[in-house]
Design a protein around this ligand. Structure first.
Ligand SMILES: Cc1cc2nc3c(=O)[nH]c(=O)nc-3n(C[C@H](O)[C@H](O)[C@H](O)COP(=O)(O)OP(=O)(O)OC[C@H]3O[C@@H](n4cnc5c(N)ncnc54)[C@H](O)[C@@H]3O)c2cc1C
Length: 452
């Protein structure tokens, strides 16, 4: 039997591996000139004046759930490949990627550093308020995270203006996690989110090492953009065996017994791929009802360190989440003076339409709001995920206040010939690397079952 897979991100690669291990012939089509998709370590653009390149992840950075055996990505990175990693947060951290037990530097809008104890006190307040929400399930009547936060503030009195500023930063980080503004985040998804065990890890020399290793030995065709997927179904008066034919923009056509579509949600929503026959209504509805989130990275390399060397992150807490900023410091991981700015939602969309110079200047304005007199970077790099024709999004977001079956429907095959994978097809872990990986393995298992 043979399977054609569209999209060489982690989901497509995981599916290909799983099928090939079962003796199934696989062809993996990839529109761009590289594998890995939203896992992308840029190894050449960020360079020191001496010409040394510093690797930086412009897509996924963290392994969420560091315990091998629980999270397949942790198993691959730690047990199999033994990659060097750096832990930024333990379990149960409210900022997701970080916890405030480790180093951080948070500033007010006036550039005054907020004492650690003030942040930790705020954290206790926030944790208690979130626990009360969880216990009483009051968020169930809220339309969005924005409503839940406003109610939490009204019900559990905040101490003062600095706390309001810190709250804005926390909301800014939650928005980063969902790649969406708080008015579009489901309170249920936030409060009830489940994690793999073990805290959060950065892959020191870059996430791409993982995909490169997984992809070894797979027949991957780069520069093959699928534009049409035709199913020759049984019972349509066609004599030949049921099969799928994928037509690429470069004129190449691949025929196989089944296909897995593992492209980003942004691509499915934009109708770049023409499905013949049309996808069933329940699938089209799931594709259009999910939202695409936006997030980008601006990596800034400086000649030397001018911030707290132990800080895992720097942030400006201004009260309104949209005015806040968040910078990951790669100094603890790489011993290089690199800050990675991560704007989200509409701000991210606005920044990606700027030219490189303007976007770098925008990020530097945010750095100087915290650290006046900060020098210009020696090198910078900007991602533009939502403008890139291979992605058209950062990752998916289900804004339904009380949850829905949209991710489940995304994961269901459209027919016996046509299967789906990718982060948006992960009912439990959408928007993550491990969710995408597991969706690929699940699609492969569905095919193996249907072929046997
Ligand atoms: C800025 C950013 C930060 C993130 N941070 C984290 C993080 O820290 N931790 C984490 O777990 N997750 C993170 N994520 C999410 C994670 O990167 C994704 O969930 C995951 O990599 C998605 O994998 P995928 O295989 O579903 O899709 P992709 O990796 O997008 O793969 C899909 C592939 O399909 C290709 N393609 C598109 N159209 C076509 C076509 N017509 N024909 C053929 N090929 C096509 C694309 O080029 C791409 O290679 C982040 C994502 C972004 C963008």
């Amino acid at each position: 039997p043979s399977v054609v897979i569209i999209g060489a991100g982690i989901a497509g690669i995981a599916a290909a591996r799983a099928l090939q291990d079962r003796g199934i012939e696989v062809t993996l089509l990839e529109s761009s000139a590289r594998i890995g998709g939203r896992i992308h370590t840029d190894k050449s653009s960020l360079t020191t004046p001496g010409g040394t390149a510093v690797p930086v992840d412009m897509g996924a950075s963290w392994i969420h759930g560091a315990t091998p055996g629980h999270n397949p990505i942790a198993t691959a990175a730690l047990d199999v490949l033994q990659l060097a990693t750096h832990q930024t947060a333990g379990e149960g951290s409210l900022l997701y990627d970080h916890d405030v037990q480790r180093g951080f530097a948070l500033y007010t809008r006036d550039g005054v550093r907020i004492p650690r104890d003030t942040v930790r006190q705020f954290e206790s307040w926030f944790r208690a308020a979130v626990e009360a929400e969880r216990r009483d399930a009051r968020y169930e009547s809220d339309a969005s995270l924005e409503d839940t936060i406003n109610r939490m503030v009204a019900e559990h009195k905040l101490q003062g203006s600095v706390d309001e500023e810190i709250l804005g930063f926390y909301v800014c980080r939650i928005e980063g996690w969902f790649a969406a503004d708080s008015s579009r985040i489901s309170p249920k998804s936030w409060i009830e989110e489940e994690f793999h065990e073990g805290g959060h890890l950065l892959v020191s020399k870059g996430y791409s090492q993982l995909v490169e290793s997984l992809a070894r030995g797979i027949d991957i065709r780069l520069g093959h953009r699928a534009v049409r997927v035709t199913q020759q179904m049984p019972g349509l008066g066609i004599c030949s065996k049921p099969h799928v034919q994928v037509s690429c923009k470069n004129g190449i056509e691949i025929r196989a017994d089944a296909a897995i579509v593992a492209v980003p949600l942004g691509i499915l929503q934009s109708n770049v791929i023409d499905f013949q026959p049309e996808l069933p209504e329940w699938k089209r509805d799931a594709i259009s009802s999910l939202e695409v989130g936006h997030q980008n990275k601006i990596a800034l390399l400086f000649e030397s360190l001018f911030w707290d060397e132990d800080a895992e992150f720097l942030g400006c807490a201004t009260g309104a989440p949209r005015g806040c900023s968040y910078f990951l410091s790669l100094y603890p991981t790489l011993r290089r003076a690199v800050l990675v700015y991560m704007p989200v939602g509409e701000l991210s969309r606005r920044i990606e339409r700027m030219g490189d110079e303007e976007a770098t200047a925008f990020a530097m304005e945010k750095v100087r709001a915290m650290l006046p007199g900060a020098p210009d970077p020696v090198s910078s790099l900007i991602s533009r995920w939502s403008l890139d024709e291979n992605f058209l999004c950062c990752y998916s977001n289900d804004p339904s206040p009380n949850g829905s079956d949209l991710f489940e429907r995304m994961a269901m095959p459209a027919s016996e010939l046509l299967y789906f994978a990718g982060e948006a097809s992960s009912p439990d872990f959408s928007g993550t690397v491990h969710g995408a990986y597991e969706s690929g393995v699940a699609a492969a298992e569905q095919i193996v079952e249907s072929l046997s």
